[in-house]
Each structure stands twice: as C-alpha cells, then as structure tokens.
Design a binder for this molecule. Sequence first.
Ligand SMILES: NC(=O)c1ccc[n+]([C@@H]2O[C@H](COP(=O)([O-])OP(=O)(O)OC[C@H]3O[C@@H](n4cnc5c(N)ncnc54)[C@H](OP(=O)(O)O)[C@@H]3O)[C@@H](O)[C@H]2O)c1
Length: 183
Amino acid sequence: MVRAIDPAKDVDGFHPENVAKLALEDETGFVPCTPAGCMRLLKEAGVETKGANAVVIGRSMIVGKPMALLLMAKGSDATVTVAHSRSKDLPGICRQADIVVAAVGRPEMVKADWVKDGAVVIDVGINRVEDASKKSGYRLTGDVAYAEVAPKCAAITPVPGGVGPMTIAMLMKNTLISARRTA
Ligand SMILES: NC(=O)c1ccc[n+]([C@@H]2O[C@H](COP(=O)([O-])OP(=O)(O)OC[C@H]3O[C@@H](n4cnc5c(N)ncnc54)[C@H](OP(=O)(O)O)[C@@H]3O)[C@@H](O)[C@H]2O)c1
C-alpha cells in the first residue's frame, strides 16, 4: 500500500525508496518525522552524539529503526544498541546508555534505576492512562517514569510537550520541501 505513494510526496518517509535512502545516508530522501525530531532536539540541546552509547528501545519502522539509523549515521557517530520485547536485561542495557530513546508504548516503563547519572533521555511514548481527576477520564504519559528519572538526567523530554511537537514540526518541514520539489 505504501508503495502507491509518490516517494517525492512521502512526507512521512515510509516509502521503501525513502527507507533505502535513509539506510544509504542519501540526504535527498524524506526521514520519518519523529526520529528526525528527536535528532533535532539532540542537536539544539547541544548533546554530543559522537562516540556516545545510545540505546533505542523499540524497533518499529516508524520510530525505533530509523532512530537507530540516524544515530549511527556518519556525522552522528553514536554506538547504537536497539532493544525490543525479546531483549534480555533491558534495565542493564539501558544503564550503559549515554542517550536513551524510549519508543515502546508502555506507560512509565523506564525507571530511575535503568538510567545512569547524567544520561540524556528522549521519551517518544504517548500512552493514555486512566485518570478520574481529568475531565477526559485519562491523562497522557510517556514510556519513562519522568518524576523519578528526570533528577538523574542531563536532559529529558516531557510527555506531552517534548517529542510530539517536534514530530509536527518535522512533518511541516518535509511537506514544505515536498511542495517546493513537486511544484
Ligand atoms: N511523540 C510522537 O510524535 C510519537 C510518534 C510515533 C509514536 N509515538 C509513540 O511511541 C510509542 C512507540 O510507537 P511505535 O509506533 O514505535 O510502536 P510499536 O510499533 O508498537 O513498536 C513498539 C516497540 O516496542 C517494543 N516493545 C514492546 N514492549 C516492550 C517491552 N516490554 N520491552 C522492550 N521493548 C518492547 C516492541 O518490540 P517487538 O518489536 O519485539 O514487538 C516494538 O519494537 C507509542 O507510545 C506511540 O504512541 C509517539
């Protein structure tokens, strides 16, 4: 189905041609918006990725895999570990990380003792959890237990208000590029 989309208008970056370009480090392709937004956050926050140990939790085509490719690409130069539901000792893997990217879909899974002091944590997760105190009956939370993890971190993204707006910004950027190219 995704192949039906014109790669030049594939602003989500999901078409196989754009996936290949990302893997090939061909910058003419469209990069998926959420990982692109995470990379921009790291850049704007002045986080050194070169030689950093990065752990990406999640291997989806939308977030985890492209995030890993971007972090390991030339110029970013991180050493990347990709964890998933079959990974053993996830807390131990995370404790090695200078940069943790959580893209799992499990509310507050990443705990304080999973994260080393001074790590940078990017929380991609958006989870609805029941909350009777809210008019809607739910609140949004990330994959990271923010309140306990944040004091240990050099930097951390909140949910909501962290990665989500960056995804939208990157989508607008890709849309503008596509419009200019196809005009
Ligand atoms: N902020 C944003 O703009 C934005 C954008 C996209 C997605 N999201 C959010 O990000 C989260 C992930 O999205 P997604 O589309 O990547 O989800 P997905 O396709 O469901 O992938 C989740 C990944 O997490 C892994 N996983 C699940 N349970 C795990 C566990 N207990 N331990 C370790 N790994 C586990 C899965 O492993 P397996 O591969 O082994 O199943 C899979 O690779 C969701 O909360 C989603 O709402 C946010």
